[in-house]
Design a protein around this ligand. Structure first.
Ligand code: IMP
Ligand code: MG
Length: 180
């Protein structure tokens, strides 16, 4: 469909979310988040690697003091399907106790990754813990914690770009596309 040289000849089925559409929605999310936290320490935790572009755009749209840190979770098994076997391979240096924690995820699919992480983070006594996902496939039947902030209700297709990968490729696309 597109002759974007970043695609290495791979065809994308369609551009699901163009860059301008993403930017407008991220701005709105930032406004909602700003309004939702009138006081207290806010720690925005990005789940790597998928959230790296989303997080960097999002924090610049949050107009209040905040801190940023990251989590790296590894799940064993297949790359396209989450196994639910999640462990932390990088743990934030900062203390979570007494802070508002906003966990930022690129996409919620089965919800297994989030379920595991929410349990781990809740054990550290944050003041609050909420999830912000750029994309939500709404097929997560096992989600134990509601996703308070959602960018887009995503179609049930495999999406790449704006941080999302397929076998580590295509993270650098400025738009989100579904693969052929
Ligand atoms: P879950 O544990 O099934 O919710 O899977 C969430 C993780 O799987 C995300 O953080 C992504 O890394 C990956 N993932 C799920 N769906 C997609 C997709 O459509 N494109 C790229 N990565 C995906
Ligand atoms: Mg991935």
């Amino acid at each position: 469909m597109t002759d974007d040289p970043r695609l290495e000849g791979r065809a994308v089925k369609r551009i699901t979310y163009p860059a301008g559409v993403i930017a407008a929605r991220v701005k709105e999310l930032g406004e909602s988040i700003t309004a939702a936290y009138p006081d207290g320490d806010l720690l925005v935790l990005g789940l790597l690697k998928g959230s790296f572009i989303f997080l960097s755009d999002l924090v610049r749209q949050i107009h209040r003091p905040l801190q940023v840190d990251f989590l790296v979770a590894a799940s064993y098994g297949d790359a396209m399907v989450s196994s639910g076997n999640v462990r932390l391979v990088y743990d934030p240096e900062t203390t979570l106790e007494g802070k508002h924690i906003l966990l930022c995820e690129d996409i919620v699919d089965s919800g297994r990754t989030l379920n595991k992480l929410v349990g781990l983070l809740q054990a550290r006594n944050p003041r609050s813990l909420e999830i912000c996902a750029l994309l939500h496939k709404h097929i997560a039947t096992e989600l134990t914690h509601p996703t308070k902030f959602v960018g887009f209700d995503a179609p049930e297709e495999f999406l790449v770009g704006y941080g999302l990968d397929h076998a580590e490729n295509f993270r650098h696309l400025p738009y989100i596309a579904s693969l052929q």
